[in-house]
Write a protein that binds this ligand. Sequence first.
Ligand code: NAP
Length: 503
Amino acid sequence: MTSTPHDPTPIGDRDLEVLIVGAGFSGIGAAISLLREGVDDLLIVEDGQAVGGTWHWNTYPGVAVDIPSFSYQFSFAQRTDWSRSYAKGAELARYAEDLVDEHGLRPFLRFGRRVLRAVWHEDDDRYAVELSDGSTLRPRFLVSACGVLTQPRLPDIPGVADFAGTTVHTARWDHAVDLAGQRVAVIGTGASGVQLIPEIAPDVASLTVFQRTPIWCFPKPDVPLPAPVRAGLRLPGARTAVRALSQAFVEVTFPIAAHYHAWFPLTHVMERAGRRWIAEQVDDPEVAARLTPAYGLGCKRPSFHNSYLATYNRPNVHLETTPIAEITPTGVRTSDGTEHEIDVLVLATGFKVMEPDNLPTFELRGVDGVTTAAYFAEHRLRAYEGVSVPGFPNCFMVFGPYGYNGSSYFALIEAQVHHIVRVLRAARRRSATRVEVTREADDRFFAGMLRRRHRQVFWQESCTGSNSYYFDEHGDVPLRPTTTVSSALASRTFPLDDYAFSG
Ligand code: NAP
């Protein structure tokens, strides 16, 4: 079954126990756990017309996961029928739909409604949440599950709005655009560009890739999983063993390599392998040199693709590294005065990430009307266990600052949701209508995060030239500097006294 079509009737004004914002995997995971806990006075509001979050919005050619599918799924809903070791986007969107049906979430979903603002009301311990359909919901508890890589970013290049041809952003792909035989420019070589570029290169007349900062790109063990392999996964213990291996691989290649760099300098070994791979894949040494990052691996998120680098060997593909001066009505002009005439401009320029007004993606006002944006600008991006912020009672974030450690989202969603459910269970037990993390607990947690910095990969000198979205405006990297296991343990063991319950 696919998502119920958008019903334009406003939800209407009403009180409810829990409102979840976002029907991506975070919102789905939160809803499943809350229903299990017996919280059924809940709604999930979603801006899009279907569930899946990232996998609903990102449908550009080549979109796929780059964490093995054995890890990129909930522990309680493991599939044995993934078509590949790294699922394509459409398969992940289907997984989201299946979860909704298998866990009875459909009656709780409301599509095509954006949260405009949520304002805390001290008089009745509720948020007033204004929706784009004109309704105001008044939940006791608010779960922000609206993702971090959500709001597409347009590049700050003069003239970007003036291009007279077709402009498309990877995160809002327009499937009516036919690239066959067109002169195409792609701006951006992050994970989206890396997946898109090899996919469209064979079809277009010419492809000019505008690269500002090269990305570390590694081979991806992406293989089809034929029927006998899938059958093997159904043997007793096989699924668990494969998942454990997959989790270990993911854990070593990101959280351990990045956050325990001082103890295990794995990235140096991986950089050598990365340079060898570039040299093997790219025929022209001058092009290979321009595709080789000058910053240390780990400063920004690397990519995995088997044919991205070799795409630059094609005669119709040109790597342009001269900075862009402006976009003109007919193309892209670089700072050396060259005008690159094109028909289609593809912006693979990413998302708002570590900006104070992106966490969450809507205006959120807590005690005394303070917004999260103002709070984070003053106090730095920080959230207790990545979930709660002092001054914002009854509000929980999935993947607030220091919630994500770079591993598979799923294990971390489960940990964060476990945290939320523990707090709500305690609130119910104490008949509390107001729950707020204490400033002391938040300070202690934040100090613990900063104390672990010295062993992270992000503080090497070369990171300053990496243009990495990991760094916020305060120069912090609000990623959780621990393993995924430690995150899961913390969600089970944090003292409930770190919250003040009242009402
Ligand atoms: P991104 O990593 O932020 O990359 C944006 C690209 O656009 C960068 O190469 C950036 O250059 C370039 N850019 C931005 N503004 C520019 C300007 N004014 N002039 C020239 N170049 C400009 O965005 P993304 O590729 O969409 O990926 C974002 C994140 O989404 C990834 O890191 C990943 O977490 C996730 N993602 C995952 C997958 C997957 O495989 N599962 C796929 C896609 C995305 P600079 O580097 O110089 O800033």
